[in-house]
Design a protein around this ligand. Structure first.
Ligand SMILES: Nc1nc2c(ncn2[C@@H]2O[C@H](COP(=O)(O)OP(=O)(O)OP(=O)(O)O)[C@@H](O)[C@H]2O)c(=O)[nH]1
Ligand SMILES: [Mg+2]
Length: 329
């Protein structure tokens, strides 16, 4: 599960600056010997820098979900949008950096405690500063990567594990968003051009005694090489849909041939999904078929569609529960 709030990610420069700024707070204490005084101040500064950096890096590390925390859908989205291997590597780099900082701090403090004079103390201290800065600088790439990943993770729709999920899929421009606005309280963008919907819209639908989640996913084309947006839609269909409403537009007003649209429904059926094929825009065109005909413009057929959805969900329940339970994600 992706946490509601993922922390913002500072870059390496910010962490270094914050750590060096913090050590200005270290007070000069009165000690009779210069050596004793420099030792005490140096140790305090090193400890403070270690704490500041580890807190900043640890906050990012702890705030980002680890792979095992994610369900199959979330993992798929991460792999599609940002390279999941790089994600794991970046998080591991943060962990590694924190352990390195502790190691350098411990060794430097040990050296300072044993140092015979001011020169040796200063050498240990500046060696720590140098190593500290280079470890954090090396983290910059991972931090920048995670900052991008955060934007992607924030957009992954939060879908419940308790409710049944209906996904509205189909070619672009066939009326998927129009349908979700009829079934739920959502008002997504609806427009007469393809690929209007770029993210997954999630709405709630009350039907009979149940509440269901309805997902309007971006339009899909029946092709082999899907773009990233289409892949996310497919990941949702594959991993979290209990029922998939596959929408056709026989009027071809959407700009695509009905024949091609049907092939997409066939390939979704091949995924082993519970598929309900509906023909939209019946106010414009009706073709001879067994599929349910609806119109999002006039509202015709929508009540019948709801009934069929509920029956299909019930049928799926009898077959073996929700996709989440079946996959154990
Ligand atoms: N005449 C008629 N037009 C409809 C109907 N349903 C949707 N439309 C129109 O079809 C166009 C596309 O509708 P959307 O709901 O945005 O389609 P979509 O499938 O979500 O499109 P993408 O997000 O681009 O994939 C809009 O101009 C709608 O007003 C219908 O039943 N009848
Ligand atoms: Mg849409």
């Amino acid at each position: 599960m992706i946490p509601d709030k993922i922390p913002s990610v500072p870059d390496a420069k910010e962490i270094i600056e914050r750590s060096f700024k913090d050590i200005k707070k270290v007070q000069n204490i009165y000690l009779p010997s210069f050596v004793g005084k420099l030792k005490s101040v140096s140790i305090q500064k090193i400890k403070l820098m270690e704490a500041t950096a580890k807190k900043a890096v640890g906050r990012v590390y702890n705030g980002f979900p680890k792979f095992d925390d994610l369900d199959r859908f979330e993992r798929d989205v991460l792999f599609i949008m940002v390279n999941g291997r790089e994600y794991e590597r970046s998080l591991n780099n943060l962990k590694w950096a924190n352990s390195k900082i502790t190691e350098f701090a411990t060794n430097s403090i040990r050296g300072i405690k044993k140092a015979p004079n001011l020169t040796v103390i200063a050498r240990y201290r500046s060696a720590f500063y140098g190593r500290f800065s280079s470890v954090i600088e090396d983290l910059d790439e991972s931090l920048v990567f995670l900052r991008g990943a955060r934007e992607v993770l924030k957009k992954v729709p939060q879908v419940s594990r308790q409710m049944r999920i209906v996904i509205i899929a189909g070619f672009p421009n066939v009326g998927k968003s129009s349908l979700i606005s009829k079934l739920t309280n959502l008002s997504p963008e609806i427009a007469d051009y393809p690929f209007t919907t770029k993210d997954i819209n999630v709405g709630m639908m009350k039907m009979g005694n149940g509440i269901y989640e309805v997902l309007d996913v971006p339009g899909l084309l029946n092709r082999r090489n899907h773009n990233a947006i289409e892949k996310v839609a497919l990941a949702a269909i594959n991993n979290i849909g209990d029922v998939v409403v596959c929408m056709l537009d026989p009027s071809e007003e959407c700009g695509y041939r009905l024949e091609d649209q049907k092939k997409l429904c066939d390939s979704i059926k091949e995924l082993g999904k519970n598929v309900l094929v509906v023909e939209n825009k019946m106010d414009l065109e009706r073709v001879e078929s067994d599929n349910l005909k609806i119109s999002c413009a006039t509202g015709e057929g929508i009540e019948e569609l709801k009934k069929r959805m509920e029956a299909s969900i019930r049928e799926g329940q009898n077959k073996g529960g929700s996709v989440f339970q079946r996959t154990g994600a």
